[in-house]
Design a protein around this ligand. Sequence first.
Ligand SMILES: Nc1ccn([C@H]2C[C@H](O)[C@@H](COP(=O)(O)OP(=O)(O)OP(=O)(O)O)O2)c(=O)n1
Ligand SMILES: [Mn+2]
Length: 500
Amino acid sequence: MNKQVTAKEPTKASLFSKNLSIFVLPILIGKKRLSLFESQILKGGGKVCSLSQVKSGEANPTLIVVEDSLLQNSKILEQHLKAYKNMGSCTVVGTKWLSDSIKFHKCMSFENYKPHNQPSYDEDCLPPKKQKLSEQGRENLSNNFALSEPSCSKETIEVEKFACSQSSSVNTSLEENKIVIQELQKLADAFRIKGDTWRSHGYTKAISAIKRCGKVLSSYEDAVSLPGVGDKIASKVWEILETGRLRKVSEVCEDSKTKVLQLFTNIWGVGPSTAEAWYLQGFCTLDDLKEKGTLTKQQQIGLKYYQDFLERIPRIEVEEIGELVSVMAKSIQPQLTATLVGSYRRGKESCGDIDVMICKPDHLDSKNILSQLLESLKNSGLITDDLVSIEKDGNERKYLGVCQLPGENKKHRRLDIFLVQKSELGPALMHYTGSALFNRSIRLLAAKKGMSLSEHSLHGGIVREGLKVLNGGYIIPTPDEKSIFEALGLAYRPPEERDH
Ligand SMILES: Nc1ccn([C@H]2C[C@H](O)[C@@H](COP(=O)(O)OP(=O)(O)OP(=O)(O)O)O2)c(=O)n1
Ligand SMILES: [Mn+2]
């Protein structure tokens, strides 16, 4: 049975009992947050067991603090904690215990912060006392820390929690959830333009889960039960349900600075840091930039076509432009094929840009092909400006530019051309079809399964330590998209169902 750690009455001088050796499980806790926690434990008079001390058996923690969200998933939590079973019996609490203790200057009772079914390390599930960890055991132990998100053995990967395992098109537009999605989207956008990519991704993931869940959200519990929705976002959902709005939106999105950053980051080629720098220089309008700003070539083009680039492109126009590129490619080399990818291939009614993937036989030189194609497209008048040209950055696979159909009132459109070789067609097609969130999700799933997916290939037998790949493994043949889904143990999803 667990040896209950008794928390001594705190005094002003020490918040935590000296007997309390606390190990903060680093999984899902950012580096910054971890070191903040650790320094606060020390400041409160507690003892900190570091990861390396715990791994080497040098320290025996009496209390393990885990990220709150892990408390909700006893399966994954147990998986992680198994690694510690022969390191003494510990009480496990969530990070909220630590936050509350610090907040209230009081060592909170553990009871309210324990996992619902705290895994118990009874004698019968402990290895015999003197038994050393097997090689495999050691391996598992170190692998437990290999990823910043919970990594688990093959049997416990809950594939259905990954966005990529689900169709994006089930009940996408439940009217009742629209207000929740709208409010959260405002935050996702605001964090993106402020350069807080992680927060922005977090909200995007939650929005995608809400769109896919197929039920009307009516409580905190409904929200928190969805994959990718933790306590914080669920509380926000609850606030929206209760009040019809989110206070944080007005805090984060509606101040004048955010509005200026939004205006600036809408210029193609301008990211959060440039926008911020311009704002600090005192620029507030596009005219300010035109008159006084220092802009790169790309940003100048972005500014020139500001309005055009903000407009969505109807499918029919995407098709027209795609057809012209395709005809031109075939006239250069009949073996080339052109496929419209990106949001077009996912069936969207309108697109942000035109993504064309050109596929060539492996033996043909890519440099010659792309430069010839681009030259013809410029001569024909379709391409009007280059944003990232192949010569410029030595990248022979990717071209980003601007095009315009002939005729009255035709808008300037963003055109991307990707060149891939036949042997990489499956992974390339999947990558350029997206969506970006689908790609992130399926790559994470691959990583969890000891594989690695890129736009070039799928590798198996990958051994990672942290972000470092120790063993690059072997290529799994994936001639088409179906074979990638298959290799990852996923049901096939046509492109329209990947619009996460
Ligand atoms: N950060 C990114 C950006 C893009 N892509 C992949 C998936 C996208 O679907 C594809 C094309 O990128 P776009 O930016 O053109 O995105 P979409 O075509 O999906 O949407 P839009 O209609 O806005 O162009 O490239 C990705 O994996 N990760
Ligand atoms: Mn696109």
